[in-house]
Design a protein around this ligand. Sequence first.
Ligand code: NAD
Ligand code: UFG
Length: 350
Amino acid sequence: MSTSSRPHVLVTGGAGYIGSHSAVALHEAGFTPVLMDNLHNSDLQAVNGVRELCGEPVPFHQLDVRDGEGLTALFTSLEEAGTPLQGILHFAAHKAVGESVAHPAMYASNNVGGLGTLLEVADAHNIRNLVFSSSCTVYGEPENVPVDESAPFQPAESPYGWTKQASERVLTDHAATHPEHRVALLRYFNPIGAHPSASIGELPLGVPNNLVPFLTQAVAGIRGALTVFGDDYPTADGTCIRDYLHVMDLAEAHVAALKWCLAQKSREAVVRPFNLGTGSGASVLEVIRAFERATGERVPYAMGDRRAGDVVAIWANPSRAKEELGWETKRSLETALADAWRWQQALKTA
Ligand code: NAD
Ligand code: UFG
């Protein structure tokens, strides 16, 4: 099928980590991803990687999601070309928890303001299917694990977490007066890894905050030893537990969620949250051991103090996604870590 005859889907934040992998999964599933990004936290390398993996000149537009006129021009040009958008995967947002504490207004403007502008322009163009990047951070420290979608939100630990709670609320309130809307709120747990080709992956700018990018850079000798943030938590080995899922599994969940939106027949709006995780937790020390098993490399690490704001243990109950989206993770923790390491090595030699 040629690019122009496939259903077109906007991917905001399409040059970013999860957006680029999801674009490849969309293309594999028969859609044309229309990438849009302001390149605030990414560069054209990811766009080129997506094009290489898709084997086609996938469209890319350098545009800010808060630029209503730019969005209008883009949506109109797609309509005039006979390829109107069938839906939107909305990834574009700032995502650094620490930065959000220093710049809460910037996070509110970009993450919540950007969503508002996108919704207004989408309404004007009758685009009704939207898949939104939310986060398990909305649950805070859960009372029970695994956590399911009925768990109450806790007061947000950071301005970033608040933007995800607020965005879910905006989408829910908006749907109350727009009965044609179909919205999947995807609450990601911890995405890691890279496309197995190592053509695309995560490009952390500066010193990584997240465990796996720091770990691979430490093994590559770009950083000193990894600091394990706290070994006195009430868990089996004293380190925090998270639910790490392969970014390609997460990408495929977006295709499943989009198809779910397209298949809804209800006369009323549908807004549905879905947890996306493996259903199992791994501690920081278990991640280190799994990396060593998967790659044969030794991880230099040292125990350190707790990091402020970390929840002790959280992992998903992903049953709803399995039952309603027909999606579950297929790749192991070891596979994700081996792919993260292959990507790190490709970056080093690039
Ligand atoms: P990323 O930074 O790699 O990708 C986000 C992309 O959006 C970047 O390319 C950035 O340049 C772009 N962007 C930001 N603001 C924009 C704007 N105003 N207009 C246009 N483009 C803009 O981050 P990611 O890890 O791919 O995250 C994607 C989404 O998933 C975000 O909404 C994030 O909050 C959410 N999320 C990520 C994680 C995670 O651990 N990576 C976990 C839960 C939720
Ligand atoms: N960790 C270390 N050393 C490091 C980095 C992390 O020990 O150098 C530990 C953390 O303390 C935590 C675990 O590794 O126990 C995972 O930490 P990450 O920073 O990789 O991930 P978080 O669970 O803290 O947060 C991530 C994203 C958030 C998102 C959240 C839930 O960074 O944006 O998942 O989706 F909100």
